[in-house]
Design a protein around this ligand. Structure first.
Ligand SMILES: [Cu+2]
Length: 138
């Protein structure tokens, strides 16, 4: 009986500990893939796009050469939207590392639709780098 309770408890702990990205599994669609010299940055989500309001997504860094996950260390993602006649609208993502190296669970909120200039920067075992690309909030 102790054993059964033990496995039930273990099962619950494992389930609760599963990162959202793992729960999503293969159902994620790419929002954007950006290739740099060494690293490929991919943004993924259930819908494959960002929308106004709060968005949950996965950021993945893989090696451009081997396609394998790369530990890129500390990663930031910031966005900027050019607004005619006013200051650009800025939004940054909150990123937390998942168990897979180079994979992060992110949240970001947008006030409106429109094209964002996205900057992803990393600093860690794979070196220091950054890349910029455009993503439309639809
Ligand atoms: Cu705007």
């Amino acid at each position: 009986m102790k054993r059964v309770i033990g496995s039930v408890v273990l099962g619950v702990v494992l389930l609760a500990g599963l990162p959202l990205g793992a729960v999503w599994g293969a159902d994620l669609k790419a929002i954007q893939t950006q290739k740099t010299k060494d690293i490929v940055v991919t943004l993924l989500s259930e819908s494959g796009q960002w929308t106004p309001g709060k968005n949950t997504f996965v950021l993945e860094c893989t090696s451009a050469a081997t396609k394998q996950p790369v530990d890129v260390g500390k990663v930031t993602l910031s966005t900027s939207m050019a607004m005619p006649g006013m200051a650009p609208m800025l939004a940054g993502a909150t990123l937390s590392p998942e168990k897979t190296p180079g994979r992060y669970l992110g949240t970001i909120s947008f006030e409106d639709r429109g094209a964002r200039q996205v900057t992803v920067a990393w600093d860690g075992p794979a070196g220091k780098g950054s890349t910029q690309f455009s993503v439309s909030v639809r």
